[in-house]
Design a protein around this ligand. Structure first.
Ligand SMILES: [Zn+2]
Ligand SMILES: [Zn+2]
Length: 372
């Protein structure tokens, strides 16, 4: 998906020459402001993702150097893929970065949104043209039906954590000449959940989730491009403690079709005419995305001519109309002649003059208009 990406320095609001400390500070500031658990702004999640991606790149010297030299393109070439947006893993990232307490993550950690997952489907080019449906199977974590997600064996219930008294957090107070410092962190005994399971559910071993094979019917819209993803919201892994499930990203691959080359919404193909068909004119069937199509070639058709079939290309994704198909003419010259054929061709050659091969005026204009 070719969306224009903002400059990472601009995203973080730092100068290109900013040092590590400045980048870190800028990131911390923006992250506090935009964290989806904190911010009410409707675009906070999107901006937050942008900020995390920018920080991921600029905080590592290898990726930063690539980005400085080649921009976003350099990162794609270098195999950098931004972290799939997933609040679960972001929460971890934050815990690592700020300590567990920054956003009151403690007590929330066990209820984080489920992880996203990615599945791949492969379709034919003609299916990409018409749009299609696919049954896509994938394994997914679901809420355990035995314990309804609590993680506790049936008939038992999780008990309040004795270490933190159920708050999920622990406070460390230290005194100094400047006053009292209070540091909060997630309770290590219950990992921030505030509850502990004494008798774990036999089916999920206390996790509250089990893995299930699920099949989704995925609607693939006409005009989709190779590598594009379709997001199916809320069908990913179940969240902990009944939190919302993650999303499924269906990545669509289009098998190359030996008959066609796709360029954007246009389709290119070739047609082979024999020397005599080209010279005498012929009706030849050519493949299109909609099936075979009869094309009439007039007398004197030249190799390299391009026939434009308007509206026979790919449909415009989420738009109107279709691209064009351009058919390039190849002319096959005989490779082996018997004596009789050679004699006939020599006789033909003897009867030709300049007029036989004279170029029609406008031929080059016609050729150019095909590339318009
Ligand atoms: Zn269970
Ligand atoms: Zn605890």
């Amino acid at each position: 998906m070719a969306t224009t990406q903002r400059d990472y320095y601009e995203v973080l609001g730092v100068a290109r020459g900013a040092d590590e400390g400045e980048i870190k500070r800028a990131f911390r500031g923006l992250a506090r402001e935009l964290h989806p658990d904190v911010s009410e702004a409707p675009d906070a999640q999107e901006r937050f993702r942008e900020v995390v991606e920018a920080y991921e790149v600029l905080s590592k010297s290898e990726t930063r150097e690539l980005y400085d030299r080649f921009g976003h393109a350099g990162l794609r070439g270098g195999g950098f893929t931004p972290t799939q947006f997933d609040l679960g893993s972001l929460t971890d990232l934050f815990a690592a970065f700020f300590g567990d307490d920054l956003f009151g993550v403690g007590g929330r950690a066990a209820r984080s949104r489920g992880a996203d997952l990615a599945v791949q489907v492969e379709i034919e080019l003609v299916e990409a043209a018409s749009g299609t449906k696919r049954e896509v199977p994938f394994p997914v974590a679901v809420t355990c039906s035995t314990c309804s997600g609590s993680g506790a064996a049936p008939g038992t219930a999780p008990v309040t954590c004795g270490t933190c008294g159920g708050s999920g957090r622990l406070q460390h107070v230290s005194r100094s000449a400047f006053g009292e410092f209070v540091r909060t962190q997630a309770c290590p005994a219950c990992r921030g959940a505030g509850q502990q399971i004494e008798d774990p559910c036999p089916d999920c071993h206390g996790d509250g989730r089990t893995v299930e094979e699920r099949t989704l019917e995925v609607e693939i819209p006409p005009g989709i491009h190779d590598g594009q993803q379709i997001r199916i919201s809320g069908e990913g892994h179940a969240g902990g403690g009944g939190a919302r499930a993650g999303d499924v990203y269906v990545q669509v691959h289009i098998k190359p079709d030996p008959r066609f080359v796709r360029e954007g919404d246009d389709i290119f193909s070739t047609v082979d005419l024999t020397m005599t068909e080209a010279a005498l004119g012929a009706v030849v069937s050519v493949p299109t995305l909609d099936g075979e199509h009869e094309l009439e070639f007039p007398e004197g058709t030249q190799p390299g001519e391009i026939r434009v079939l308007r509206g026979r290309g790919m449909p415009v994704l989420q738009g109107f109309g279709r691209g064009d198909q351009r058919v390039l003419v190849n002319v096959a010259v005989p490779r082996r002649l018997n004596d009789e054929q050679r004699r006939l061709l020599q006789e033909f050659a003897g009867s030709t003059d300049d007029e036989t091969y004279r170029v029609d005026e406008g031929f080059f204009d016609k050729l150019k208009s095909a590339f318009r």
